[in-house]
Design a binder for this molecule. Structure first.
Ligand SMILES: [Zn+2]
Ligand SMILES: [Zn+2]
Length: 200
């Protein structure tokens, strides 16, 4: 009896086409071969999607590459262009913050550069050298205070301007690298598949 039931179930399963078991990995609904496409090279789990689901996913994320296998989506017609710097700034709040800090550093570095130039390349240099070489080696409180003021003077006149200038050089490079990373993963996507465009 058990064998008979098993045979019956096996026959029923044989009658169900294999593609009936496929699911769209985006909306998780079942679909048949005519509805589902394989958009990338993913080998694990379901690699089938509805073309319409793929379009919605691409347009909402601005991505043309699978986040898991990194291959470019296929199966539908589309063209794409890279996001410009302006589009990056417009869409990403973190990009605007990076640019603002970049501008802020550039402004402060101009002041620092002027201060450093004044210290090193004008008559102030002799006065500055006199001040910082006037170290008091006695161990009294006044001597410690005096020496601390020399350390502060070196920090304000030399260390701080140099650090600020270096940061202001590095920050634009950081912002540019952030944009490049973004532009490699985000695109303006134009769907050219007429069947899908008609649905949307
Ligand atoms: Zn779907
Ligand atoms: Zn993939």
């Amino acid at each position: 009896m058990v064998a008979k039931i098993d045979n019956k179930m096996a026959k029923q399963q044989d009658r169900i086409p294999r593609h009936e078991y496929r699911h769209c990995r985006l909306c998780h609904k079942r679909g048949n071969d005519s509805e589902l496409i394989q958009p990338c090279d993913c080998m694990t789990g379901s690699n089938y999607v509805h073309a319409q689901c793929l379009v919605e996913h691409m347009l909402s994320t601005d991505r043309i590459h699978c986040e898991q296998c990194k291959s470019q989506y296929r199966g539908i017609k589309y063209r794409y262009t890279r996001k410009s710097l302006i589009e990056w700034l417009w869409k990403e709040p973190t990009a605007r913050n990076s640019l603002l800090s970049c501008i802020s550093l550039l402004c402060s570095s101009q002041v620092c550069l002027y201060s450093l130039w004044q210290t090193l390349f004008t008559d102030e240099l002799d006065e500055f050298l006199d001040d910082i070489t006037d170290i008091d080696l006695s161990l009294c409180i006044d001597a410690i205070k005096h020496n601390m003021s020399i350390v502060m003077l070196i920090q304000v006149k030399i260390v701080l301007p140099i650090v600020s200038i270096v940061c202001s050089i590095k920050q634009p490079m950081t912002v540019w690298n952030e944009y490049r990373k973004y532009s490699q993963n985000h695109y303006n996507i134009y769907i050219e598949d007429e069947a899908i465009t008609a649905i949307t």
